[in-house]
Design a protein around this ligand. Structure first.
Ligand code: OGA
Ligand code: MN
Length: 255
């Protein structure tokens, strides 16, 4: 088991950001790094709709969640074959019935992240150390306004890239369709962005510490692709963020 000591890069980033937050009320979020030319109003909206709560669960809650899903995950094989798919090097399941202590944690997620009910089946995604989640937008047919995930076992970096940045920027090469269209999965489910869009558009990197909760809703959920960077690209503001095997417990609401 990897234990974060007080000198680990993440602790240093968190400490640095806490100091900055204390010194400057304009710091938006210590775990978010913005790139490109963000329209001011977009950025304000974004910070409200993409939040990260560090240490949302304790070490023992992490262990209990892990213990509940591990026997099941262990029986599945990591899928590496389909290079076209949005996710590579993963195994997954959906779980409805949870042990009471874990049910309590999920109820806390519901209270913090959702205005109403969540879907009864909770998504459990086990991403291998060398697995990757490529840029995509969750299907608007199967998922509502909000996606909220707890990260177990590893830190990681999530990148959110604006999907129709050309509205605000110079025209770029590559076809981009409104992510809210019914075919958003077909458009984004398995495609990387043309480099030009990343360079000319705007995006944000989010540091997701182990045991944190992220809440992605509204503009962050519909107008940005999200991805988990591969271990080779896993850096945050120039600091390497080692990505090991990561299990995410993801709650969503109905469309
Ligand atoms: C997904 C996804 C993010 C995560 O399964 O669609 O984006 O936190 N997962 O694992
Ligand atoms: Mn997703």
């Amino acid at each position: 088991m990897i234990i974060l000591n007080r000198c680990s890069p993440i602790r240093q980033i968190l400490r640095r950001c806490h100091t900055e937050a204390a010194a400057c009320s304009k710091v938006r979020s210590p775990l978010t790094a913005f790139f490109g030319k963000w329209p001011e109003s977009e950025q304000q909206e974004f910070v409200q709709h993409m939040r990260i709560i560090p240490d949302f669960i304790t070490e023992s809650e992490e262990q209990q969640l892990h213990e509940e899903v591990e026997p099941y995950m262990n029986r599945l094989r990591y899928e590496f074959d389909h290079w076209d798919d949005a996710i590579h090097g993963f195994r997954e399941t959906e779980r409805k019935k949870w042990y009471p202590h874990n049910r309590d944690v999920l109820e806390r997620v519901r209270q913090v992240a959702f205005e109403g009910a969540i879907m009864p089946y909770i998504h459990v995604l086990d991403l291998a150390a060398d697995g990757v989640i490529k840029p995509h937008v969750d299907s608007t047919r199967y998922c509502g306004t909000t996606i909220s995930g707890i990260s177990l076992l590893s830190d990681s970096v999530m990148r959110l890239v604006r999907t129709d940045a050309q509205k605000y920027q110079q025209p770029v090469t590559g076809t981009v369709t409104d992510a809210k269209s019914a075919d958003s999965d077909a458009v984004y489910g398995h495609r990387r962005f043309p480099e030009a869009l990343l360079e000319n558009g705007f995006y944000a990197d989010l540091l997701l510490p182990r045991r944190s909760l992220y809440i992605m809703c509204h503009t962050a959920r519909y107008n940005f692709t999200h991805e988990i960077l591969s271990k080779e690209h896993s850096t945050f503001l120039g600091t390497a963020i080692p990505k090991a095997r990561r299990i995410s417990i993801i709650c969503r609401n109905d469309p």
